[in-house]
Design a binder for this molecule. Structure first.
Ligand code: ADP
Ligand SMILES: N[C@@H](CCOP(=O)(O)O)C(=O)O
Length: 350
């Protein structure tokens, strides 16, 4: 007899301008896993992909990010490997890789929910987040992907022992080899400390949609983090905090105030440093305004980029086409999509 369940995770846009590593917004593009169990066997589960990333993602369950995370969760909770009756996992992916739309955060949440379901672990939402934060160490994408909506989160300051447990290198959290291939496999993985991440959902005015303008090139989050400085001036931090404090309420107000939101989506902590990696970004954020494009509320880099996120209530197409024109001047082609704010992740048993 076969059983199956479906895991669905939304895309996310992190930062929304000033909220670097703090806020995230879930968006209506999805990573969907269909997981099938059947007769027990010693053969590893078969992984297949369709959609975004299908031609580049590893299909070996000991190398694929989602299944490695699932294995990590299983091993933290007393299961050595995948259950023998796990036959196949099909991933249908709408979230483009390396574009700042939270593909890796979605893959990580998918992995934690997969491990939780396969091991019948019944982990609380808080514990699910703890496991995800051992892998993706900034909370903005994973929290929004898990709970949905417009979300602010912080990492709790841990005691020295828990800090050590939460700082082990990713290669130890997610070793890449199969169970019989090395000494390290016998060791227990680092179990997440309790209550690493905490979050709150902000209100969101439902007339606001997100236009994602997606350049046709990838930029890894790691590379876009490597260009950021270690320290900031008080002036720049105050600039961002003032705007973030206003933004988290302004996007829930009716009607949304374009002038207030446009200024509140400005940033001095990450976008200026990422300009060099995303030709066209300075022009996009300075040339298109609510005055030039009625309906526009604000523009920011989505996550670590290169996608641009324009929040708007109408005139979506003209905003997107203007941004396309600016990128064309830099010889960069884009695709664009009008997205809604999405609900959080779901697991549905068939
Ligand atoms: N559905 C997925 N399954 C497996 N690996 C994935 C999946 N989505 C993303 N990844 C991995 O994450 C990488 C992209 O992560 P990252 O650089 O953080 O960009 P993003 O902004 O899309 O999260 C991909 O190149 C791939 O290695
Ligand atoms: N706060 C992070 C967000 C990265 O998001 P991603 O979708 O680009 O992975 C950052 O700005 O580095």
């Amino acid at each position: 007899m076969t059983n199956s369940f479906v895991i669905r995770i939304p895309a996310t846009s992190a930062n929304i301008g000033p909220g670097f590593d703090v806020v995230g917004l879930s968006l209506s593009l999805y990573l969907t896993l269909t997981v099938t169990s059947g007769e027990p066997s010693s053969v590893p589960p078969k992984i297949t992909y369709s959609g975004e990333g299908a031609d580049e993602v590893p299909l070996d369950p000991y190398r694929n990010l989602t299944t490695r995370v699932a294995l990590y969760v299983l091993r933290c909770n007393g299961h050595r490997s995948f259950p023998p009756d796990l036959v196949s996992i099909h991933c249908d992916n709408q979230i483009p890789f390396g574009r700042g739309l939270g593909s890796s955060g979605a893959a990580v949440i998918a992995g934690v929910l997969l491990g939780n379901s396969l091991g019948k672990l019944n982990l609380s939402q808080e514990r699910i987040l703890d496991h995800a934060l051992m892998v993706e160490r900034h909370p903005d994408n994973v929290t929004a992907a898990l709970v949905g909506g417009f979300v602010g989160s912080y990492l709790r300051e841990l005691d020295p022992q828990a800090t050590e447990a939460a700082q082990v290198p990713l290669s130890e959290v997610l070793p890449e080899y199969p169970p019989d291939a090395g000494e390290g496999w016998g060791l227990s993985p680092p179990v997440p400390p309790l209550g690493i991440g905490h979050y709150v959902r902000f209100k969101w005015n439902s007339s606001i949609k997100a236009v994602a303008i997606i350049p046709r090139f990838e930029l890894s989050t790691a590379k876009a983090r490597a260009v950021l400085p270690e320290t900031y001036s008080r002036k720049d931090l105050v600039f961002n905090m003032q705007r973030l404090a206003v933004l988290t309420t302004a996007l829930g107000q009716t009607p949304p105030d374009p002038e207030l939101i446009f200024e509140a989506m400005k940033d001095r902590v990450h976008q200026p440093y990422r300009n060099t990696l995303i030709p066209g970004l300075p022009a996009v954020t300075s040339l298109i305004t609510p005055a030039s494009h009625p309906g526009l509320l604000g523009i920011c880099l989505s996550g670590a980029g290169p996608t641009i996120l324009a929040l708007a209530t109408h005139n979506f197409e003209s905003i997107a086409e203007k941004i396309r024109e600016i990128f064309r001047q830099e010889q960069i082609e884009v695709d664009w999509k009008i997205l809604n704010v999405a609900e959080g992740s779901t697991v549905t048993y068939c």
